[in-house]
Ligand binder design. Sequence first.
Ligand SMILES: *[C@@H]1O[C@H](CO)[C@@H](O)[C@H](O)[C@H]1NC(C)=O
Ligand SMILES: *[C@@H]1O[C@H](CO)[C@@H](O)[C@H](O)[C@H]1NC(C)=O
Ligand SMILES: *[C@@H]1O[C@H](CO)[C@@H](O)[C@H](O)[C@H]1NC(C)=O
Length: 470
Amino acid sequence: MRPAALVIPLLLLLLAIGVSTGVQGIDRLRVAYRWKQLDFDWPDSKDDDVRRAFPSYDAADNLPLGLEVSGDRLFVTVPRWRRGVAASLNYIRLNDTRESPPLIPYPSWEAHEYRDDGRSPPEIVSPFRIRADRCDRLWVLDTGLSDILGSPEQQSAPSLLVYDLRRDRLLRRYPIPEEQRTPDSLFANLVVEDHREDCADAHAYLADLGGPGLVVYSWRRDSSWLIKHHYFHPDPMAGEFNVGGVVFHWSDGILGMALQPHEDGYSTLYFHPLTSTAEFSVGTRLLRDPKRADTSEGFHEFRLLGSRGPNGQSSVSFLDPASGVLVYALTNLNAIACWRAGSRYTLQRQGRVYMDNVTMVFPNDIKIDRRGTIYVLSDRLPAFMYNRLDPEDYNYRILTGNLAEAVNGTVCEPPRTSSKDNNDALDTRINRLPSSRRNSATAAITSCGRSTILLMTAAVALAALTQVDW
Ligand SMILES: *[C@@H]1O[C@H](CO)[C@@H](O)[C@H](O)[C@H]1NC(C)=O
Ligand SMILES: *[C@@H]1O[C@H](CO)[C@@H](O)[C@H](O)[C@H]1NC(C)=O
Ligand SMILES: *[C@@H]1O[C@H](CO)[C@@H](O)[C@H](O)[C@H]1NC(C)=O
């Protein structure tokens, strides 16, 4: 090969690398809070009854999982992994400027106390995820399960607890009826449909990853019904996880859920099992009509949207109603990704918002508030379960960012003429690659944004000119 044939593509490649390193990486969020271990806001006094009411407290057993923001408070759940958990639902004030603020139990310390020598479970046992609605209610999905990683005990029925956030009072407790669950049930996530004018016209969708199933709860009727579907089941081919070098196998059904509200008061529910790389959707008009959901016609209204590709297992997701952008966690990749609802669910239409193998190890909850602020909690759960966490290292983090800035320049950015043209050009370029290379090419492109496109283009040029098989 003549040297000149190599020089031009090499220059192109170097130029692209220069551009690529000059541009910011995938760090469109920043760490707002971080903890080595969690601590609680214990009362100060020396001989204090509160501390005595939690005799088995052990900081190492407390790992945060779910988060939610309402008003000036940021709520954090701490499921009862082991016996040493203090309070399983807490908050911090958003104006707290400390790096590792102590958690304040919600609604009170008393709501988390065991009585009668531990025989009577507390008001709140062990919630995974929570949701604040437009009407100042906090919906708490309590698994009722304690000592989850030790000797699991179902201390109370899995229940939906709803609090009034103005008065911090329990409004309603709804135990999930026995015929709507199984011995394997684990109610780990919920979404709340609250966009109708009337606050009584609200529905909660409760995901049971163990059933698997979806329980639909109507606030007005104060009753619920169970929806079953094959798409709630784990995919046996997606059961191996690798998070920061910890390899494990999970077989979990429906977990990630996000609602896109429509003007008619119904929504599209986007969902996926944890053990899966696929994304599905269904209209809530169907889910709210259990008789029709049970028919063959209803069965076919569930849709397969597409795949997140190899290593595309995802825990949680959240859809920002204002922009229609779905933000979701990529469990195996220490990453947060995005997709714009309404576009095709292909790899090249999925962008990356954040990726970091230290600060984003096991993203476990995502919320976006009405001002478009993203909140993400990462907690290294696999290391906690199968290995151990280093108490001298920062293990738990809450990251924040602005949604518009986070998706700026990615394929998820709400449409502008110029960026649409870019995307179409990109699609064409990718589709010309042989299919075996397409996946890695799209993964690379979505992961690093436009600078990588330049790099890829240069690499393709190099490969074509030198006829090297890469
Ligand atoms: C944060 O806000 C709360 C009430 O909203 C107030 O009591 C507290 O003093 C504030 N803290 C700081 C550090 O500003
Ligand atoms: C994180 O990524 C860097 C390179 O980006 C690598 O050097 C480091 O070993 C990785 N750390 C872990 C814990 O995977
Ligand atoms: C998006 O990025 C462009 C170019 O860097 C910048 O001019 C624009 O203000 C950004 N928009 C937002 C919403 O951050």
